[in-house]
Design a protein around this ligand. Structure first.
Ligand SMILES: Cc1cc2nc3c(=O)[nH]c(=O)nc-3n(C[C@H](O)[C@H](O)[C@H](O)COP(=O)(O)OP(=O)(O)OC[C@H]3O[C@@H](n4cnc5c(N)ncnc54)[C@H](O)[C@@H]3O)c2cc1C
Length: 447
């Protein structure tokens, strides 16, 4: 076999690709693995620390998760914690902030109290923070700019200390790749500036073409964000899916307003995390509010219009997609949300409108306290399912069973990176008749 032949090639050097690269190297008997990334460094898109909300979404304060979903997410979220603790990354790029979800007004307060009862068994550390307690631990939630108490009822449900809540997922990506490369007896090669332009199947082998070189592999996993679907469509796979890129932006303050993460009650119809405020670990701990949600006709931000054509190709427009759009716009909640989020990006309107929403968290917040966070934010590759004619609420994989998998991982994809990688490692090993050391994996990342 040529030197460019690998047992497994992983495409995409974000946190999903890095986690898989690491697990293949550490927990299997696969010897030769390559990671191909199109840019000149790892994690420059959604996994970058300033692109996402830096939150380990384990289900305790995510009000859009059912108990069942939270049970699954909790397992994979714990893997992130355990990985970081195993290598001593706590307080380097993983932190334990106070965190809570708040209910504001009688309906939301009743909802949060009921949610606490439903979730306290799964998350025994959860506490109910009444207004008096909030005054002590997160006073900005209670008082307005004149020092008066907000008129609405308010309650928080969360935890003050002892739970890892925050990660710089960009830094974690770097370590996953480095730790994979450090494993002895394995050939683990990282190729930067290696943009994959096509993948072809020749018998049992996949021919992976980059702009500069040709690689071959027995198995390929594509973890290239929205471009996973672009490459799948090119090969004739995943035609039942389209991709709707939904950008998320943030507003940054120049001071510490909140002591920890404060999330709000989520509209269950929307697949995006609710607006929240929290300390940004890459901006001096100053409070960051967001993310917004704006449909964008490109697959990547901050790279000009290079991916506009890719957007039209992956949208895969037809009458099914039209029906999904019609249904989404027919729902007044979603229509208003889309329009409002569009205005969040329009100069002059954006700050004032955003302030109104953010004041639900911090009633004293002033216009001069917030600035549009230039260069922050990313794009969620939301998947449209043509068969069910629905916008999918989470991640999607295309697995034709021919030795190739394509993954699209919107939020909370960074939290579930090691869990998603575990799923794929098992599929790869089964296909290649290799061994996955589940015992070792569980010892390190689960038990
Ligand atoms: C606003 C926002 C907030 C979020 N907040 C959170 C949060 O708090 N917690 C959480 O868990 N998740 C959060 N997420 C989701 C999380 O950021 C993503 O799920 C995660 O980063 C996805 O990682 P990835 O590796 O799949 O994709 P990406 O990080 O997008 O990486 C894909 C990689 O593939 C490369 N690539 C693309 N095409 C090619 C090609 N042709 N050849 C080679 N390489 C290619 C890209 O350059 C890139 O490096 C958030 C997302 C957004 C947008």
């Amino acid at each position: 076999m040529s030197k460019n032949h690998y047992e497994v090639i992983v495409i995409g050097g974000g946190i999903s690709g890095a986690a898989l690269f690491y697990e293949l190297a550490k927990y299997t008997d696969i010897k030769k693995i390559a990671l191909l990334e199109k840019y000149d460094s790892l994690a420059t898109l959604n996994s970058k620390g300033t692109s996402n909300s830096q939150t380990i979404h384990c289900g305790d304060i995510e009000t859009n998760y059912t108990v069942e979903k939270a049970t699954n997410v909790k397992r994979t979220a714990k893997m992130v914690e355990k990985y970081c603790l195993q290598y001593g990354y706590e307080n380097k790029f993983m932190f334990a902030h106070q965190k809570m979800a708040i209910g504001v007004g009688d309906t939301e307060v009743a909802y949060m109290r009921k949610r606490y009862e439903d979730f306290k068994e799964l998350f025994p550390y959860l506490e109910v923070f009444e207004k008096e307690k909030l005054k002590e631990i997160e006073p900005k939630l209670v008082f307005d700019e004149n020092g008066r108490e907000r008129p609405e009822s308010i309650v928080g449900v969360g935890v003050q200390s002892g739970e890892w809540s925050t990660v710089d997922f960009g830094a974690m990506t770097e370590t996953l790749v480095q730790n994979a490369k450090n494993i002895e007896g394995k050939e683990t090669d990282l190729f930067l500036n290696a943009k994959v332009t096509s993948i072809k199947q020749l018998g049992n082998v996949h021919v992976v073409q980059t702009e500069k070189e040709t690689f071959t592999a027995d198995f390929v996993v594509v973890n290239a964000g929205a471009h996973s679907l672009y490459l799948a469509h090119q090969m004739g796979h995943g035609k039942d899916f389209g991709c709707l890129p939904v950008a998320g932006s943030f507003y940054l303050t120049t001071k510490k307003i909140l002591n920890g993460k404060v999330y709000m009650v989520q509209n269950p119809k929307l697949p995006f995390a609710a607006l929240h405020g929290d300390p940004d670990i890459l901006a001096n701990g100053f409070t960051r509010f967001g993310p917004t949600a704006l449909v964008l006709p490109k697959l990547e931000r901050y790279h000009g219009n290079a991916t506009v054509i890719d957007f039209f190709k992956t949208l895969n427009f037809d009458t099914n997609i039209l029906k999904i759009f019609k249904d989404l716009l027919g729902d007044s909640d979603i229509r208003n949300y889309i329009f409002r989020n569009f205005l969040f990006e329009v100069p002059h309107f954006n700050k004032k409108l955003f302030l109104k929403d953010a004041r639900k968290i911090v009633p004293s917040l002033q216009l001069e306290d917030i600035e549009y966070a230039e260069g922050f934010g990313g794009v969620r590759p939301q998947v449209l399912n043509k068969k069910t004619q629905k916008l999918m609420l989470g991640e999607a994989s295309v697995n034709p069973g021919t030795g190739i998998i394509f993954n699209m991982t919107p939020s909370p994809g960074a939290t579930s990176c090691l869990g998603n990688a575990e799923r794929d490692v098992k599929l790869v090993c089964e296909y290649l008749k290799k061994e996955f050391n589940q015992e070792e994996f569980n010892k390190d990342l689960v038990d």
